[in-house]
Ligand binder design. Structure first.
Ligand code: GLV
Length: 306
């Protein structure tokens, strides 16, 4: 009845408290302090070392403490036990508010007004109405789909792109390469919510950015490596993009000499757009554990592609 805990070594006290509250009666062992691997039944992990999960013969399920699975994709081998992604509506809401903030920032040219304030300059521009302001969310998974809905509920004209056709209320869905190339030239803001996979690595490159409407803005809340960073900087320098709000980078923490820090059109945040909240996350995991104990199967099982 023991849980293995490893949130990449961070904030284990908070996680322990949440586990004690919502999954009472289980003992918790923090990685790497495992003396007897046979006692571990469940693992709550984030960026756990490759190969370790295979050491626990009685492992029943693995709960990853985030929605991205790129670190699991990189494991050379997987344990026999199923792995579940964390999809927490609170986290998705948090990310939706982050993107809403930046969409409003670009719609209302708030960066320009901040600059004008520094010059004591009083000059107004026309603000497009939200229904006339087109936003495309690339990636229509659990997070991207939710972000699109929240933006749409706030009045924006929202498009959602996914490889395969989908249907999400409030979002105009487009799919495939053709859907993307007909949509991008119309958009005022492009938001990246694509998962990081072999198919999406560097997908936002000069070819894709050249299709985007001149003067559009870009927001990235997925993974830095989905973007070709030199191509993104080039698009900003050439004025193809008017601005970018970036929460994720190829290299994190973003190195001190990275050009994004000082670029006048870039807003940098340190991968904080949708942090996992131990309290709400453990409640979801507790429900999923109870379901497993009753013989059920939770949602969002990780399936390795290819
Ligand atoms: C955070 O980046 C996550 O994937 O949950």
């Amino acid at each position: 009845m023991t849980i293995l805990l490893n949130n990449d070594g961070h904030w284990h006290d908070q996680w322990r408290r949440a586990i004690e509250r919502y999954i009472p009666g289980r003992s918790v062992i923090e990685y790497p302090d495992v003396i007897d691997p046979a006692v571990i039944e469940y693992a709550l992990i984030w960026k756990h070392p490759p190969g370790d999960l295979e050491r626990y013969p009685n492992l029943r399920a693995v709960f990853s403490l985030g929605s991205g699975v790129d670190y699991i994709d990189a494991y050379p081998t997987l344990p026999d036990a199923p792995i579940y992604r964390l999809i927490d509506i609170n986290m998705a809401d948090d990310m939706a508010l982050y993107t809403l903030y930046w969409v409003i920032h670009f719609q209302r040219q708030l960066g320009l007004y901040a600059h004008q304030q520094s010059q004591a300059e009083w000059r107004r521009y026309v603000t497009p109405l939200a229904p006339d302001y087109k936003v495309c969310v690339l990636g229509q998974g659990a997070i991207g789909g939710h972000i699109g809905q929240v933006l749409s509920r706030n009045g924006f004209d929202v498009y959602g792109w996914s490889r395969n056709p989908k249907s999400i209320e409030g979002v105009k869905l487009v799919s495939g390469e053709t859907g993307l190339s007909t949509t991008l030239p119309e958009m005022d803001v492009v938001i990246c919510c694509l998962p990081m996979t072999d198919k999406t690595r560097g997908i936002i490159d000069k070819n894709l950015l050249a299709q985007v409407k001149s003067g559009a803005a870009f927001i990235n809340v997925s993974r830095g490596a989905v973007v070709n960073e030199p191509d993104l900087l080039d698009a900003l320098d050439k004025g193809q993009l008017a601005g970018a709000a970036l929460d994720v980078f190829v290299s994190e923490p973003l190195p001190a000499d990275a050009p994004f820090w000082t670029h006048p059109k870039v807003y940098v945040t340190p991968h904080m757009s949708g942090a996992t909240n131990p309290d709400t996350a453990v409640q979801i995991i507790a429900e999923n554990m109870a379901l497993i104990e009753k013989g059920g199967t939770p949602q969002y099982r990780y399936i390795r592609e290819g």
